[in-house]
Write a protein that binds this ligand. Structure first.
Ligand code: FPP
Length: 249
């Protein structure tokens, strides 16, 4: 697999010194992928796991320090119960099957979202996987589960208010809000990828992605390859990031 990634023509175009520090991905299009093949939606999610594996492995091998995947949004509960149930089963299978591989690749797993609202067996598997990869020092893989950016902001403001009540000297500024988000120990994403063509953030990392470079592809998530990831990084490296300033003119 190492060979496959390093031998692709795109690999040599990547400047390893200027990799995005944090890549976040909205994995969209599983349902459409399945519909095109007259398969049930869950077949799309299952195929999506392959793409997850590829993206995780590519980031680990390249040396990208942080990867965050939008795996289940708060809004996803509105889907039919059978689909939600199968998505949770897939997640549990992934956590059980992939642990060995994550450890082998020195990947540390984390989660963001209202995790305590997930079913207890899912929470248990997550806690176990997080614990078993805790000492790894390579890629930090974060799964956004039962995640919604507005809910995260509500939770952060509530936590900050509690803090303020205990200690009136706490100041309310951008740093204080960032410190109360689920992402408190992650840097802001530099590159935000969305598959399947939609041009929206869908309640994902709204605060954190303030200056992220957006990269949208028509490719449906199950078809997203390591080559697509390399292309996104190459395009990112061609952009000039100005953070609202004038940059180098
Ligand atoms: C969007 O496709 C995708 C999801 C709601 C879930 C993403 C989940 C996976 C890739 C599998 C599980 C992930 C992990 C990390 C184990 P969609 O169903 O909205 O597609 P559509 O817009 O074409 O209907």
């Amino acid at each position: 697999m190492t060979t496959a990634l390093t031998e692709t023509p795109l690999f040599s175009e990547i400047d390893r010194e200027r990799l995005p520090h944090h890549i976040a991905i909205i994995m969209d299009g599983n349902g459409r992928w399945a519909r095109k093949r007259r398969l049930p939606r869950i077949a799309g999610h299952r195929a999506g796991i392959r793409a997850v594996r590829n993206a995780v492995e590519a980031c680990a091998r390249l040396g990208v320090p942080y990867l965050t995947l939008y795996a289940f949004s708060i809004e996803n509960w509105k889907r039919p119960h059978s689909e939600v149930k199968l998505l949770m089963q897939l997640l549990r299978q992934y956590l059980k099957k992939e642990i060995g591989e994550l450890n082998q690749q020195n990947i540390r797993l984390g989660v963001i979202g209202r995790v305590r609202e997930l079913e207890p067996p899912v929470q248990r598997d997550l806690a176990r996987a997080i614990e078993k990869t805790r000492r790894n020092t390579g890629l930090r893989l974060t799964l956004a589960l039962n995640y919604g950016s507005r809910a995260e902001l509500v939770d952060a403001v509530r936590a900050l208010a509690r803090h303020l009540k205990q200690d009136g000297r706490v100041s309310v500024d951008e740093a204080a809000i960032s410190r109360h988000l689920y992402t408190r120990d992650l840097p802001d994403p530099d590159l935000l990828i969305r598959t399947s063509g939609e041009m929206r953030l869908s309640n994902f990392l709204l605060w954190q992605a303030a200056y992220a470079e957006l990269w949208v592809t028509q490719t449906l998530w199950p078809d997203f390859t390591q080559n697509d990831l390399l292309q996104a990084i190459i395009d990112y490296q061609k952009r000039e990031r100005r953070y609202g300033g004038l940059g180098l003119r």
